[in-house]
Design a protein around this ligand. Structure first.
Ligand code: IFM
Length: 419
């Protein structure tokens, strides 16, 4: 792609920010993932692969539990006006039905800290981790799981309704978690069972619907209000999924493989359309299958087998356009410790987001993943996604050069592109 010296304006009120999740940044959590990290099976597996298990234990992570003000000072300095973070269910409800008011108060202070800096909170209720008691009951395989999740949602939203207007029920539950935990066996519980995979997906979809209704009830808004009318109230609720752009040659197209894969990625959204005010899209990579002729910008250095394919975000947005809902880019980013590729990565993806808006996609905001380096799940601390570099020994934060470039875009609401 060659684009010379163009200035591309984004819509008025477009939101600019970044995202994190509790387990990846807070530190010292106690949930089903922390149990798995330390299990003898997991440690043996890592040693067998020649890896140092300590790189794969979240531990104090970035200690954002204590340092969130420092992190938000930087987000403010970088001109961000929205921040997506998640609430850790295991902190709020460490024992079944017993809620921890102290932890709830801390999240209130955290949200106030964002608002004081002119940053709107977007709150995710679930981002991959579960309380131990919930996991012991069978986790997302349990038919009562949607009910447990709704009870937790009610407690949180009752407490935060005056502070928060943008809610996300689940992060990548059906597109990532269900497949890595129940189909591919890579994440806890390391199951490989297609029936469980579909059961878990069904439970997430039900849980989203119940939680949506509960949230709307708490705010006193009718859940049947549609699209823009519900976005203009003081509350909007969405579901976040991760989408890969699949391409292939003619053979797989004819066999319908690409269509099925793309359908699987959007099916949670389409099934919950009446219970979503907006769609949250996480986009990182494409996936080329047999015979694909797409060319790309090369491998994503710290996340094999991902590749850098900025136009993929445009393709996915064009597909989501048919749902006629507002869309937030809730994650998009690159793990790049050298920071050599990040600025170009952000600008090229933003170019295609801008293009999708010109072509009719109702995109309301962009959140880079991630505000700071953090614990990248089964890949441990090695991949560095942050706009801010974290020294895990001292916990010192250092702003990367690309973050200042992104900051200029956030400030001006426009992209000056020379790519
Ligand atoms: O770090 C993750 C995040 O938790 C969910 N979306 C993808 C990111 C990068 O892998």
């Amino acid at each position: 792609m060659r684009i010379m010296n163009e200035i591309l304006k984004f819509p008025e009120d477009f939101k600019w920010g970044s995202a994190t999740s509790a387990h990846q940044v807070e530190g010292n959590n106690h949930n089903d993932w922390t149990e798995w990290e330390k299990s003898s099976e997991r440690i043996a597996q890592l040693k067998k692969e020649g890896k140092d298990p300590s790189d794969f234990i979240s531990g104090k992570a970035c200690d954002s539990y204590n340092r969130y003000e420092e992190d938000f000072d930087i987000a403010q300095k970088l001109n961000q006006n929205i921040h997506r973070f998640s609430i850790e269910w295991s902190r709020i409800e460490p024992e079944e039905g017993k809620f921890d008011e102290g932890e709830m108060e801390r999240y209130k202070r955290l949200i106030d800290a964002l608002r004081e800096r002119g940053i709107e909170p977007m709150v995710t209720l679930w981002h991959f981790t579960n309380p131990i008691w919930f996991a012991e009951k069978g986790g997302w395989l349990n038919r009562k799981a949607p009910g447990y999740f709704t009870r937790y949602t009610k407690y949180v939203v009752d407490n935060l309704k005056d502070r928060v207007g943008l809610w996300i029920t689940f992060n990548e539950a059906t597109t990532v978690y269900a497949s890595l935990s129940y189909l591919k066996g890579e994440w806890p519980l390391q199951h490989k069972n297609i029936f469980e995979f579909f059961r878990v997906r069904k439970n997430f979809i039900k849980a989203h619907t119940l939680a949506y209704r509960e949230i709307k009830k708490i705010y006193g808004v009718s859940p049947t209000l549609k699209n823009d009318s519900s976005m203009s109230h003081n509350v909007a609720v969405g579901l976040v999924e991760n989408n890969v752009y699949f391409s292939s040659g003619n053979l797989l197209k004819v066999l319908g493989v690409v269509k099925i894969l793309n359908w699987l990625q959007t099916c949670a959204w389409s099934k919950t359309l009446s219970y979503s005010d907006f769609l949250g899209l996480n986009y990182y990579t494409d996936y080329k299958m047999f015979g694909s002729k797409e060319s790309d910008d090369g491998p994503a250095p710290e996340m094999p087998p991902w590749r850098i394919y900025p136009k993929g975000i445009y393709h996915r947005l064009m597909e989501l356009k048919r749902f006629k809902k507002p869309i937030y880019i809730t994650e998009n980013g690159i793990a790049d410790r050298t920071d050599q590729l990040r600025e170009k990565f952000i600008k090229e993806h933003l170019y295609w987001v801008w293009k999708a808006i010109q072509d009719g996609a109702d995109v309301r905001g962009y959140m880079y993943w991630s505000l700071l380096d953090n614990f990248e799940w089964a890949k441990g601390f090695k991949p560095r996604f942050g706009l801010i570099e974290v020294d895990y020994a001292t916990l010192e934060r250092k702003i990367r050069p690309s973050a200042y470039e992104y900051g200029k875009i956030c400030k001006t609401n426009q992209l000056k592109i020379d790519l």
